[in-house]
Design a protein around this ligand. Structure first.
Ligand code: NDP
Length: 453
């Protein structure tokens, strides 16, 4: 065999797995057909956050007036922002390439010839073990004219900032980009089929976010389905399922991502997939062929960069580091970089209440900054506590700095902290975060026992 392990895909999962395998002394090859660092570094989390931050500067310039500043907010230069973002992303991609110096890298597409043989850019390569870490790709909805809209991959390279944009969907990507385009000055419409954005998130967060988006000036179109998209010159007209139409410079489909397995030749290796193309894996990340593994978004479990990194590291240690372990998929914190952001760890009130009675603590308030800025933006913070054990099973926040705050709180949740543990922690004053340790009165009780009463 040419390699002890060969990895298809140099994104978060593949890069981490490859360099840790190499550090354990094994011979590892990695093929990447596009960007080292994958979606996250190049067309995902990292550049997305830069665009979110660009929007924040504009808002701060406006908010400064309430603090006595006179700031003339000039026009925003989209091309300057994109050029600066591109320079930083090129630098980061270079770092990712250098991280792989201990492995053998191939700037090429790899596909399966058989269960131990790959075609890597026309070269036949054999490996004892193979890892599939090809990530995911945006999917357009199945409507006529869908190809006339863009997806998130394109959003990072737009030649000009649209004056009016329609974003379809209300998941992570849709609400994040609604915040970006709105803050950079576009008339922004969010079209989604649920009554509230962010299906699957806690109800209080969903309601608070809808209020905040509308407060920022995003025009919401809830409970709307998609009919078709048509072009008239440079303009795009979206027809909703009920026949209403809306015209804009740009239509952006943020309607989900699918695992990137098309054309990989998985059938040649006998690797089983789900109907959406996701590679089926065991908790040990083994596919239906025991020497072939899959990691990260291609398995469509929890599609987050830190999960891909954690899985890549755990698999490398298990296979070559004499340290068998699995990444726990419980209590994985996450953040949606909407404006303001939502961040969460553990169960929603609805999920927790399905297991038994829960004590719910909610605090909704105007953060100090906005008492003077006049922005009228509220934060919502929420604890969900299992009534029997008093363990904090869910923590949710909508508001500025939520991701930074929840990262710290997540440690306590992973450790199994109780409400009493939160209560005996002294707050840091004046902060928003101190609310999490000063909530004393239960807002409500929810759960199956209460429903039965
Ligand atoms: P999501 O799965 O989060 O959201 C997809 C959205 O598209 C939902 O609102 C869904 O509606 C809607 N949708 C799907 N199909 C249709 C259709 N045919 N017509 C109308 N609406 C439709 O996908 P994203 O693309 O936003 O993100 C993919 C994943 O990437 C996320 O789930 C997350 O795991 C990851 N991600 C994480 C980020 C972070 O950590 N900050 C940032 C970006 C992505 P409905 O709810 O009704 O199904």
């Amino acid at each position: 065999m040419d390699f002890d392990l060969f990895i298809i895909g140099g994104g978060s999962a593949g890069v981490r797995c490859g360099r840790i395998v190499a550090s354990h002394g094994a011979k590892v090859g990695v093929a990447e057909e596009r960007f080292w660092g994958g979606t996250c570094v190049n067309i995902g989390c990292v550049p997305k956050k830069m665009l979110v931050q660009a929007g924040e500067y504009g808002a701060w310039a406006e908010d400064g007036a309430g603090f006595g500043w006179t700031i003339q907010k000039g026009p925003h230069d989209w091309n300057k922002l994109i050029a600066a973002k591109d320079r930083e992303i090129t630098r980061l991609e270079g770092i990712y390439r250098r991280l792989m110096a201990t492995t053998t890298t191939f700037d090429a597409r790899a596909t399966f010839i058989d269960a131990h043989t790959l075609d890597v850019g026309g070269q036949k390569i054999t490996a004892e073990k193979i890892v599939i870490a090809t990530g995911g790709t945006p999917e357009r909805p199945p409507i006529p004219g869908a190809e006339l809209g863009i997806v998130s991959d394109d959003a990072f390279y737009l030649p000009t900032m649209p004056k009016k944009v329609i974003i379809c969907g209300s998941g992570f990507i849709a609400v994040e980009f609604a915040g970006i385009f709105n803050a950079l000055g576009a008339e922004t419409h969010l079209v989604y089929r649920q009554p509230l954005p962010l299906r699957g998130f806690d109800q209080d967060m969903r309601e608070g976010l809808a209020e905040a988006l509308a407060g920022n000036g995003v025009i919401l179109h809830p409970s709307a389905t998609l009919g078709k998209l048509a072009a008239n010159g440079d303009q795009r007209t979206l027809t909703f399922g009920d026949g209403q139409t809306l015209t804009a410079d740009l239509v952006f489909f943020a309607t989900g991502r699918v695992p990137n397995t098309k054309g990989l030749g998985l059938e040649n290796a006998g690797v089983a997939t789900k109907p959406n193309g996701a590679v089926v894996v065991s908790p040990k990340l083994q596919t239906s062929r025991p020497h072939i593994y899959a990691l990260g978004d291609v398995t469509d479990q929890i599609n987050l960069t830190p999960v891909a990194l954690g899985q890549g590291h755990a698999l490398a240690d298990t296979l070559f580091g004499n340290n068998p372990r699995e990444l726990s998929m419980k209590n994985i914190p996450s953040a949606v970089f909407s404006t303001p952001p939502v961040s969460t760890v553990g169960l929603t009130e609805e999920e927790a209440a399905a297991n038994g009675p829960v004590d719910v603590y909610v605090s909704k308030f105007t953060p100090m900054r906005h008492t003077l800025s006049g922005r009228g933006r509220k934060s919502t913070m929420k604890l969900v506590v299992d009534q029997a054990s008093q363990k904090v099973v869910g923590v949710h926040m909508l508001g500025e700095d939520a991701p930074e705050i929840i990262q710290g709180i997540a440690i306590a949740v992973v450790m199994g902290a109780t409400k009493q543990d939160f209560d005996r922690c002294v707050g840091i004053h004046p902060t928003s975060a101190e609310e999490f340790v000063t909530m004393r009165s239960r807002t409500r009780v929810a759960g199956i026992a209460q429903a039965a009463e």
